[in-house]
Structure formats: C-alpha cells, structure tokens
Design a protein around this ligand. Structure first.
Ligand SMILES: Nc1ncnc2c1ncn2[C@@H]1O[C@H](COP(=O)(O)OP(=O)(O)O)[C@@H](O)[C@H]1O
Ligand SMILES: [Mg+2]
Length: 424
C-alpha cells in the first residue's frame, strides 16, 4: 500500500522512516519532505503542500492512509477535506484542532470538563487585560490565543514584562490575528513532560513518554526554541503518574470532546507541568506529535506503524498494543547559526555517518541539491542515540553530533540532564 506523510520537519522524517519499515508498504511519499527524506531510498518526496492539491494526489495515487505532521494544515482543515473526498487520514478535524489552534478554546474546554490546568481569563480589551495583571501580579503567563509557531507565550517574571507582553500582542499586533486575544494565566512551577497518545475518536493508545528541552542554551538558559532535544522514556512519568494523567487529563479530554460533539481523532499531546508533589496540570494541548519528541519515540517503536495507523483510521485502536525498545533514545538537535531569531541558511553539511543500530540521524531544515546537502531551516538535524542507560544513549548521540559539520552549528551539550540527575 501507499502512504502519504504531510510535512517537512524532523518529526515527519521520523514518521516516514518508521512507516517505510513496514513490509506492507510499497511507497511512503513525503510532502514536501526535506534533504533527509530525499536521500532515503525508501521515501519519495513530492513537491506539494496545498491541502487540495494533496487530496488530488492522494486520489490519483490511491494513497491508503495520510498522516499529517504539523498543526497548520490541521487547523486549516486538511482532515475535513480529505474525508469529504473519501480519503483516510490520521489527524483531527479543523474543529477538533481548536484544542491547539485556540488557547482560549482549550482553556474553556478544560474548565468545563474539570481537567486540571492553571487558572485563567481571556481578554481582547487592552485596558481590562492590564487591570487583570495589576490585580494578580507576577509571575504570570500571557499567551496569544492563536497559532504563533512557539512565539506566542511570555512567562513574565515581573509585572513590567507582563504589561509589555500584553501591549505587544493586543496593541502593537506583533503576532497579528493570533494575538488579537490573549489568555492570561496563573504561573505554575514544576517540571514539564510531554504526554502523547493516539486517539481514534473513542479509543486511546498512549505512546512512550518523553521530555524535551525548549531553551537554546545549556542549563536551560537562553531563548525559547521549537525544541533543542528530547528523550524517551521520561523517568519523571512513573507508572502511577501515567495512570493519573490518563484518568484526570487524557480520558476526560477525549470523552469531553465527544460529548461536545467534536470527536477527536489524531495524535493528542498534553504538555504537562508536574509540581513538586507530583501533581500534573495541563499547560496546553497540541493536536499532533511533538518535534523533536517524535524522533526518539519513533526510534524506540518496535510495532509496525502502518498497522497502528490502520487501526487508528478505522477506529480500532483498542485491538492493538505497542511494543517499545527498552533502551533510552536521546535526540540532540543541531540548529543553524542565528537560530531561533534569524537562522542562517545555505551552509553545506558534511560528515553525517550512516545510521547504525544505536544512532539515527533525522533531518529537518536540510535540502539536497545536486547531491550536496545544505542548511535550509532553523533546526537542521536531530541525532538520536539509543543506549541501555541514559548515559550511553547520550554518548551514542554526541559521538555522531561531533562528526557532523556545518558552519555555525549550534547544539546543547546537556540534553538529558534531568533524566541523568534522577538516579534510581
Ligand atoms: N502556566 C504556566 N506556568 C509556567 N510556565 C508556563 C505556563 N504556561 C506555559 N509555560 C511555559 O511556556 C512554554 C510554552 O507554553 P505553551 O502553553 O506550551 O505554548 P506554545 O507551545 O504554544 O508556545 C511551556 O513549555 C512552559 O515552559
Ligand atoms: Mg508548548
């Protein structure tokens, strides 16, 4: 059968790489793909990204299942469009994707269904927003309502920063429509984890746990990024906490969406904040897999992903179990010079070794021209090491990172530090 993966990042390379391992697959198309998917002889890039053009392609090519990586086409309704045309696709409808595409939607949904999350209020009026800040004080968190590619959240540690964030969004319109409404919410402290499940509308299949690193620099310093590395499993998510997150957050979310008449299908990603007593709260929902969490998660998945996707689009996820490599997978992102503010494109990339049983290099912002691989985006590569211990996974990843060269490459040297510190 033929499969289509929509997207061009490291997440999509990892999904396509895993889908292509299935013996049932004839071709995995990636639209539009990147330098890594172009190099992989098991994958075929197609230069399309418009949802209607993709649906035409899927019909022509008799694509059995389409898997969507990023949030933007989901929020634009690619799933609605494919289904109207009789095509099987894994992802949420435009309506269900509001869990990610509108922070206000997600917050009022959580409040209505008693899902633990920070206290909040939503504003479009500038004066009212400033007054709320004055009443509540700092630290406090200001979030643009709409999709902002990771640039829509300000965690204000003092009140001046909080007022500036509200001005930036509501009065200077720096984020456009996405910032025309803001959610102002209570600051939560603790440790973050990513909790990702697959949902077929009713049944829920949890993926392996993971944790990412948002800040650019070692010791979690510097600006926020799309993610500089991630690993799986996340030792903070104990079996007890896992059960609790399923019971208090994931199940009520899936049931609540169905109750509200917006059946959720697709990957559901809850960004969690776990406080010092081990209580989880939901920071946000994403309606897709995380990037870079996907890369270490796919590196550990042993089950045939095509079978899993087939159950997912047919509503039978209750009849499949996932099997995981017991090793730790540690993904280290190599980013372009100037990332995240102004990534420099064009540098040639050399030294990527062949994948082995303990290290895989996934591409993100790379392109292949006449056999030469070069930098074409902010996050360039994600090198995933596997090992019996966190330490050996980390070593396998960094041994390969050190071999790869491009001008101005940035990467953190401490990916996995939380897991390493948590000695058991
Ligand atoms: N209520 C909160 N308290 C403390 N930190 C928060 C809170 N909400 C978000 N953050 C921090 O900001 C980051 C981004 O917020 P998030 O809601 O995940 O938005 P997005 O991923 O869309 O930018 C989180 O990963 C977390 O580090
Ligand atoms: Mg987030």
């Amino acid at each position: 059968m033929k499969i289509l993966v929509v997207g061009s990042g490291g997440r999509e390379h990892a999904l396509a790489w895993k889908l292509a391992q299935s013996e049932r697959v004839q071709t995995v198309f990636v639209a539009p793909g990147n330098g890594g998917t172009a190099l992989d002889r098991n994958l075929k890039d197609i230069n399309l990204s418009d949802p209607a053009a993709l649906a035409d392609f899927a019909l022509q090519e008799h694509i059995a299942i389409t898997v969507v990586g990023p949030e933007v086409p989901l929020a634009a309704g690619i799933v609605n469009l494919f289904r109207e045309r009789g095509l099987k696709i894994f992802g949420p409808t435009k309506e269900a994707a509001q869990l990610e595409s509108s922070k206000d939607f997600a917050k009022s949904f959580m409040q209505r269904h008693h899902i633990p999350t920070a206290q909040y209020q939503t504003f479009s009026d500038l004066k009212a927003a400033h007054a709320y800040l004055d009443t509540h004080g700092a630290p406090i968190v200001i979030k643009a309502d709409g999709l902002a590619a990771g640039k829509g959240v300000v965690v204000a540690m003092n009140i001046a920063e909080a007022h500036a964030a509200v001005d930036m969004m509501l009065s200077d319109n720096k984020l456009g429509d996405a910032g025309a409404r803001v959610v102002i919410e209570e600051f939560l402290s603790g440790e973050e984890a990513s909790f990702i499940v697959m949902v077929d509308g009713k049944n829920i299949l949890p993926l392996a746990t993971s944790q990412d690193h948002k800040r650019l620099l070692d010791h979690d310093l510097g600006p926020n990024t799309g993610g500089m590395g991630a690993y799986s499993p996340a030792p903070i998510v104990t079996p007890e906490l896992h059960a609790r997150v399923m019971r208090e957050i994931i199940q009520p979310t899936v049931q609540g969406m169905a109750k509200d008449g917006i059946v959720f299908t697709g990957f559901l990603y809850a960004g969690l904040m776990i406080d010092e007593h081990g209580n989880p709260k939901t920071l946000e929902f994403n309606c897709r897999m995380g990037d870079p969490e996907t890369q270490p998660i796919m590196a550990r998945l042993k089950t045939d992903l095509v079978n899993v996707m087939e159950h997912a689009v047919n509503g039978t996820l209750d009849s499949i179990a996932l099997e995981w490599d017991r090793r730790t997978a540690m993904g280290v992102v190599m980013a372009a010079a100037g990332y995240p503010d102004a990534p420099v494109k064009g540098a040639n990339i050399t030294g990527i070794p062949h994948d082995t049983s303990d290290c895989i290099t996934f591409h993100a912002g790379t392109s292949l021209n006449g056999g030469q691989l070069s930098v074409s985006g902010g996050r360039v590569l994600c090198v995933v090491g596997l090992g019996d211990t966190v330490k050996s996974a980390q070593k396998h990843a960094y041994d390969v990172v050190e071999q790869i060269q491009f001008e101005g490459a940035q990467f953190r040297k401490d990916i996995g530090w939380r897991a390493l510190n948590r000695k058991h």
